[in-house]
Design a protein around this ligand. Structure first.
Ligand code: B12
Length: 217
């Protein structure tokens, strides 16, 4: 895990392949605060934030959408409602197919990201976790990264960790969780990683360090 081509930190804003509301695509500042603090401390940082409207549009685009839009107008339009059992049946079937398509795309997205993390020899992966499927996919990415890039230290933070504290670590593949503001602790961990690796140490040595300022499981 040495060499100038490796990335110190990759920050991923977890997502689940589809948006519940337009606020899922708003630019958010938590990742920005973390990235700035780590860059100012001299570390190389890459941000992967899919919470962008152009990304969502490209990601969710598929052949089922025109028919689903047509059905939604016919079934749910308050003025011209045509809510028949056959339209409902088709709606439910297409929704199931859509969920299947999105799940497949998510698996590929996570696999590509895990490979990129391995290729760029990312030392620390930081995941901003949210509730529900976003958390499931956060665990999925962590698992995949462990397989493809076992030397990458995986740290979870963000709303779901802030809410569930150490419970977020139970049965999860994360190495550490950082509760509430991450900018100070993350920089401390990156310094520990840098120091440990410069002395020829590896990820287990970082985890074992007793003075690590975060909680480990
Ligand atoms: C403003 C706000 C938003 C804004 C902006 C968020 C932002 N941070 O910029 C917008 C509108 C984008 C937003 C969207 C959503 N939000 Co919102 N939001 C809030 C609110 C009101 C304040 C959050 C905030 O700005 N905090 C300040 C910033 C600086 O903190 P932060 O982003 O959490 O980041 C810090 C720490 O968490 C930590 N951290 C964050 N990520 C990471 C990652 C690592 C690796 C580490 C180490 C640390 C770390 O360090 C950061 C810097 O200090 C909270 C409620 C609350 N009072 O906390 C809800 C809240 C966070 N939102 C919530 C939800 C559910 C959502 C949505 C999923 C809504 C939806 N569609 O259902 C979306 C998801 C967006 C996405 N990208 O997918 C829930 C989260 C619940 C949960 N357990 O996941 C909350 C707690 C509200 C609630 N009580 O339900 N939200």
């Amino acid at each position: 895990m040495t060499g100038s081509r490796s990335t110190d930190l990759l920050l991923w804003n977890s997502f689940m392949g589809k948006a519940y509301s337009v606020s899922d695509c708003f630019k958010e500042n938590g990742i920005g605060i973390l990235a700035r603090a780590c860059k100012e401390a001299g570390f190389s940082v890459t941000v992967e934030d899919p919470a962008r409207i152009d990304f969502y549009i490209a990601f969710t685009k598929n052949d089922l959408i025109p028919r689903l839009s047509d059905l939604s107008r016919r079934i749910f339009d308050v003025r011209n409602r045509e809510d028949t059992p056959s339209l409902r049946k088709e709606w439910n079937l297409l929704q199931d197919n859509l969920a299947h398509v999105i799940k497949g795309k998510m698996e590929k997205y996570l696999d590509d990201l895990a490979r990129k993390i391995g290729k760029n020899q990312v030392k620390v992966l930081g995941i901003k976790t949210w509730l529900g499927d976003r958390f499931t996919y956060s665990e999925r990415l962590a698992q995949r990264v462990k397989e493809i890039s076992p030397n990458t230290l995986i740290i979870a933070g963000g709303p779901q960790v802030n809410q569930f504290k150490t419970h977020a670590l139970e049965k999860s593949p994360f190495d550490f969780c950082i509760d509430v503001e991450g900018e100070i602790t993350l920089v401390q961990i990156l310094n520990i990683v840098k120091e440990t690796y410069s002395q020829g140490g590896t990820k287990p040595d970082v985890i074992k360090k007793n003075h690590c300022p975060c909680r480990s499981r």
